[in-house]
Design a protein around this ligand. Structure first.
Ligand code: GLN
Length: 463
């Protein structure tokens, strides 16, 4: 898609204007989906003008010339509002471009706008946003998944070709699955997080969403690689090829899904997906894990602890919202944070603070870290024997708007196969398997075996 569209824009600049005028109409006609938090046609037009001027001046068009990109609202774009889906940052304007944005801009993509998300990326349904839920474009009565709700929905609604999300425990892959698009989370440290608002630093990653694996590869090749502004980035840059992948002789691990979910649709469709992999020639083998069943608990302890620490910076002084009704500084902090944060964020701050408090002597947090190590070791061992691990992306099909959100633990738990990837620094991709609302295949690859993973994904898509 990228290549075709780019070529058409290079051939004829008038097509660029026509495309974005049409997109403007589409965006307006789909306003009820509540995808965009910030969209301004004038901002788009100013980017188009500079693209055309660059071309006229004889500069070589970038690899993403004219390609429409939407950006999750926790990634900073210079001079554009960034809310993180929270009242806390309602009027905050980005003061610099995140490194990932810098790299995409350098290749001439067009930033269409900033899109909706669960507040500070905490959630699985897209409903914890202060700005209201995003609806699933495939069925408006359903949630689009979260926390990168607007990113996935913008691709599914054809309002962008590529979208950036973030993924701390499934937030790119799970909404991709609910909206039936592709969502990829690279190995930890592949893409710079400079300019990305932290949720839980040892788990956070930038994710890429698109219609096709091919587009995801193009974007990944541009944005990954070392950044001196993010000391967790890996030195070597990866360049993923689109060479054919032969499943024959490849060992793919899978699980007895009934141990992990009671959702009949997921159970049935996971079986169908495995059958597809078998047809491609994969050598499938069932595996069992000792620590997998604890993954959600381990994730909960670590994510909440890191969240409580990261959220402390929103104190009414340094960033965003400040209450105007207070008598002393302490009251200012309390009221600002009470009004500024939503339920889910407050719940996690409270839990995380408890995990880290002297009351528990950090016992819970340290236990979480120890178990995380055991879990990661279990997956390290898995990849000594297998090339890939195939799971459903979510253990639960998308629910109706305003339903699952009432039981935060149940939705939280549906990310079991997502959080294991973040906890152990591996890479994974969510792939549609048939049309419409359906279970997606999540392929998990070994740490830094992103090339192997993406080529396998491309082959699955080509089938
Ligand atoms: N659903 C997970 C959570 O609520 C995922 C969050 C994320 O990946 N940002 O914590």
């Amino acid at each position: 898609m990228i290549e075709e569209l780019r070529n058409s824009f290079i051939e004829d600049s008038a097509k660029l204007d026509a495309y974005y005028n049409e997109l403007d109409k589409e965006i307006k006609s789909k306003e009820d989906l509540n995808i965009f938090l910030t969209y301004d046609k004038a901002y788009v037009d100013s980017q188009l003008e500079s693209l055309k001027a660059k071309k006229e001046a004889g500069e070589k068009p970038g690899k993403l010339y004219g390609i429409p990109l939407t950006v999750k609202d926790n990634i900073s774009v210079k001079d554009v509002r960034m809310t993180c889906g929270s009242k806390m940052l309602e009027n905050y304007i980005g003061i610099y471009d995140a490194t990932v944005i810098e790299r995409l801009k350098a290749e001439d993509c067009v930033i269409v706008g900033k899109v909706n998300m669960d507040e500070f990326a905490m959630g699985s349904t897209g409903e914890t946003s202060y700005y209201g839920p995003t609806l699933n474009p495939l069925d408006k009565s359903l949630v689009p998944g979260g926390s990168s709700s607007g990113s996935a929905a913008s691709i599914a609604a054809d309002l962008a070709v590529i979208s950036l999300g973030t993924d701390t425990g499934g937030s790119t892959r799970q909404p991709a699955s609910f909206c039936n698009v592709v969502g990829y989370m690279p190995s930890y440290g592949s893409i710079s997080r400079n300019g990305v608002v932290s949720m839980a630093n040892t788990l956070d990653e930038v994710g890429i969403l698109a219609r096709s694996v091919e587009d995801v590869i193009d974007v990944f090749n541009i944005v990954n690689g070392y950044d001196r502004k993010d000391m967790t980035t890996i030195q070597d840059k990866l360049t993923v090829s689109k060479d054919a992948y032969d499943y024959k002789g490849k060992k793919v691990a899978f699980v007895d899904i009934e141990k992990y979910t009671r959702d009949q649709k997921v159970i049935e469709e996971y079986g169908e997906i495995l059958e597809e992999l078998r047809k491609l020639g994969a050598d499938l083998e069932e595996v069992d894990f000792k620590y997998l069943i604890y993954a959600n608990q381990i994730y909960n302890v670590i994510v909440s602890s890191e969240v409580s620490s990261n959220m402390s910076r929103f104190d009414g002084i340094r960033y965003g919202y400040q209450t105007d009704d207070y008598e002393n500084t302490r009251e200012m902090f309390v009221k600002t944070r009470t009004d500024g944060f939503g339920e889910e964020v407050k719940r996690r701050i409270a839990i995380g603070t408890y995990y880290l408090s002297s009351e528990t002597d950090k016992e819970i947090y340290e236990q979480g870290l120890r178990l995380r190590r055991l879990l990661a070791d279990e997956f390290k061992a898995l990849f000594e024997k297998y090339d890939l691990f195939a799971t459903p992306t979510s253990t639960k099909a998308p629910g109706k708007i305003d339903t699952d959100i009432k039981d935060p633990l149940a939705v939280f738990d549906s990310g079991l196969f997502n959080v294991i990837v973040n906890l152990s620094g591996l890479c994974a991709i969510s792939l549609p398997y048939k049309e419409g609302i359906s279970t997606s295949l999540q392929l998990i690859g070994n740490r830094r075996a992103d090339d192997n993973l993406l080529r396998a994904a491309l082959e699955f898509e080509r089938r």
